[in-house]
Design a protein. Structure first.
Length: 491
């Protein structure tokens, strides 16, 4: 799964980009009185209150829709190739080579049945446009997403609950088949809104030659965080002036490591954020230990001098890192740009009190706007692509994108197994995705804001401007303040 703001293909890879994505769009728009942007919710209000809130939102959206549409551009959907069929309008945000991959899937669907025709369109600024189109009563029937939109859009009534559309028996069957992280990323307040077509998982890539050079056994990768710490120090290299010329290991992205330490940012049973969880703190303190041991400024200076992290210029390929935390897409990057690089992948080892096969995940998913005209056709397309309907057929699509499957049925399909045999390091990511210890971004309507502030808190702790405890307490206050503004806006 590739793409997002930092690379050219499908999916938001960067777990710590800190960007307020346009998925929060209209619902976080300003109030015109100097306050910060707020997402409106309908919880606890009666039908009249919900209707009034919806009317205000639709009116505001309609006022700005024309101007925004002009700035963001628009291209009408292509002409139908099957005039006698029911048209399903499908919007996505992939471009270039990846747009053709998506079109190939669409064509397979259209060729495989005779009731619906999916008409696909690449839409720049797709999140905001979808909200505008929904407010104007003319949304697509299906939208592909990788931005943090489900809680925010569900709160404003912009999404169709898929579990309701499927019916209780079909939903119960699917719910039991989905990997835990796949269920979690599509669920908000016990309703299922987004069906993934591929998830992202992060694991450690390491260079065996560096291990041998340091007198370490590459066949015995550290089994605990404590062992990893000891090995990392032997892999760093410096020049005569003491400047870093190779990083052994340098942990970033707290949300990736907190689950490994046994932490969590959300208590699903109580429906509460747990940003200051003691094990989150332990993970951040461990990360700060690296910054102190190897020098935050030295590591930052080294990393600043490296080329882009995209494709062929990923520093791991050139040997600038001995151990690096990255996503599954790097397996294909290495096959394409570093075919002679000897490397292996392993899950992040836990500390003594931690959890194995733990981490964080995001991914691509399909949603149906609440105002869609052809919901049945959209759901049929979603089942086709995702493999809900026929896992063995859909396995081929997952290999086209180098995507992680959403159910064990797809993972076990012969075509997918052949893909993994061709790319053995990919197995680490498949195994990790199946784990119940993989977490997703907490299901709150300000997901992008939360991740932005969490990244900022991590940076402050690593730089030493805040203690780890103070950094987590700060982000907890900031997020609660933002949520409080939402609650006030509903009253």
């Amino acid at each position: 799964m590739r793409g997002g703001t930092r690379d050219p293909g499908p999916g938001n890879r960067d777990p710590g980009s800190g960007i307020r994505d346009p998925g929060l769009g209209i619902g976080e728009s300003g109030q015109g009185d100097g306050r910060r942007r707020v997402d409106g919710r309908w919880d606890g209000e009666g039908p009249a209150g919900r209707a009034a809130w919806a009317a205000r939102g639709l009116f505001a959206a309609a006022v700005v829709a024309g101007v925004l549409w002009l700035f963001l551009g628009y291209e009408p959907p292509r002409t139908k190739a099957h005039p006698g069929r029911e048209k399903v309008v499908f919007w996505h945000m992939w471009t270039a080579h990846w747009a053709q991959v998506i079109q190939n899937i669409v064509e397979r669907f259209n060729q495989g049945q005779d009731r619906y025709e999916v008409v696909a369109l690449t839409v720049s600024g797709g999140s905001l446009k979808t909200l505008i189109a929904t407010a104007g009563g003319d949304p697509p029937d299906c939208m592909a997403q990788w931005e943090s939109v489900i809680p925010a859009w569900a709160e404003r009534g912009a999404l169709t609950p898929l579990d309701e559309l499927m019916g209780p028996d079909a939903w119960a069957d699917l719910r039991d088949r989905l990997y835990p992280a796949v269920r979690a990323i599509g669920t908000y307040k016990d309703r299922f809104y987004g069906l993934s077509t591929g998830m992202n998982i992060w694991a450690l890539y390491y260079r065996p030659s560096h291990f041998r050079e340091a007198g370490l056994d590459p066949d015995r990768f550290p089994q605990t965080i404590e062992e990893l710490d000891a090995v990392a120090g032997k892999l760093y290299k410096y020049d005569e002036a003491g400047r870093i010329v190779r990083i052994g290991f340098s942990p970033r992205w707290l949300h990736e490591y907190a689950p490994v330490f046994g932490g969590t940012f959300y208590d699903a049973d109580r429906g509460e954020l747990t940003l200051t969880h003691p094990r989150n703190l332990a993970a951040l303190e461990w990360m700060v230990g690296y910054a102190r041991r190897y020098g935050f400024e030295k590591v930052d200076a080294f990393q600043s001098g490296l080329a882009s992290t995209l494709g062929a210029t990923w520093p791991f390929i050139s040997g600038a890192y001995s151990i690096a935390l990255e996503g599954q897409w790097r397996v294909e990057d290495l096959a394409r740009y570093g075919p002679d690089v000897d490397y292996r992948t392993v899950p992040v080892p836990p500390p003594a009190a931690g959890k194995a096969l733990a981490g964080w995940s995001n991914g691509n998913f399909l949603v149906i706007p609440s105002g869609a005209r052809q919901k049945a056709g959209a759901l049929a397309f979603m089942k086709f692509w995702s493999g809900v309907e026929n896992p063995e057929r859909a396995a081929e699509f997952y290999t086209w994108g180098g995507w992680l499957p959403i159910t064990p049925d797809v993972a076990r399909a012969p075509l997918y197994q052949a893909y993994v045999r061709k790319h053995p390091p990919f197995q680490t990511f498949v195994d990790t995705l199946a784990s119940p210890n993989v977490q997703v971004t907490p299901p709150v309507p300000i997901q992008a804001y939360l991740m932005h502030r969490l990244t900022s808190a991590e940076d402050a702790a690593l730089r030493g401007t805040l203690t780890p405890q103070a950094a987590l307490e700060r982000v907890a206050r900031e997020v609660e303040r933002e949520l409080a503004l939402q609650r006030a806006a509903r009253e």
